[in-house]
Design a protein around this ligand. Structure first.
Ligand SMILES: [Zn+2]
Length: 240
């Protein structure tokens, strides 16, 4: 659903929501959780999502210390905020409908590329390489899978979402996010389906897991890579 045309309206009586009735959290409280026109209740999901989004905004600004209001760190805060706040629609939509909206996926590609022109983080060349390496890489992988299993291996939404991570944090960290997301998906979905005795060949939503991997990798990706290389080095020294 477009958020621009038509503008915010009551889903029941279609009455247009006036600007003062559309202030996050506050308007829901002022209106007593009811539509100003038809008096039908407004779901508590709305103020909850707004409140949760606000907290993520604060968190992103605090993590991008020492000064979140500086020019360079604004870009850093925005990247982190985007990676965290888009988890709300990714979880809500992908689990229910098995799709990822373009606003979130293509939006990430555009935002990541635009922010690469600001100080801090990757530059625009690395952002472009990230888009190509992540979008192209996962597309080829899912194409190969689809030939092997003779049906769609991975939704194109996941490919676009991953291209966005490449645009925001570069190919290296984005691939760490992909590995984290894959491990999370395996750790959650496989036991769940085994217990629930669900059909293992049925499609599963990968977006939420890939999405969770992104802020983790953005914050700790290089530490995780270092630890991994350290473990591999140790193992190699034992066997050599
Ligand atoms: Zn109404």
């Amino acid at each position: 659903m477009s958020i621009i045309k038509p503008g915010s309206h009551c889903p029941i009586c279609k009455h247009r929501i006036l600007p003062w009735q559309n202030i996050p959290i506050l308007s829901w409280l002022f209106l007593g959780g009811k539509c100003a026109n038809c008096k039908e209740p407004i779901s508590i999901k709305y103020p909850l999502v707004e409140f949760f989004g606000l907290q993520l905004g604060f968190l992103a600004a605090i993590i991008a210390e020492p000064s979140p209001w500086q020019y360079a760190n604004m870009a850093e805060s925005l990247r982190l905020f985007w990676l965290m706040v888009t988890l709300i629609p990714i979880f809500a939509i992908d689990f229910k409908y098995l799709l990822l909206p373009d606003t979130v996926t293509i939006g990430g590609v555009l935002l990541g590329f635009a922010l690469s022109f600001f100080d801090g983080g990757i530059d625009w060349i690395d952002s472009l390489i990230g888009i190509a390496a992540c979008g192209g890489g996962l597309f080829l992988f899912s194409f190969a899978i689809s030939i092997i299993i003779k049906k769609e291996g991975m939704g194109f939404g996941d490919v676009k979402l991953f291209a966005g991570f490449g645009a925001i944090m570069g190919a290296e960290l984005a691939y760490v996010a992909l590995i984290i997301g894959s491990l999370l998906a395996l750790a959650v979905i496989v036991p769940f389906r085994f217990i629930a005795k669900k059909d293992m060949t049925k499609p599963l939503p990968f977006g939420p897991f890939l999405g969770l991997g992104a802020p983790i990798s953005y914050l700790f990706g290089y530490k995780i890579l270092d630890a991994y290389i350290g473990i591999v080095d140790k193992l190699l020294s034992i066997f050599s």
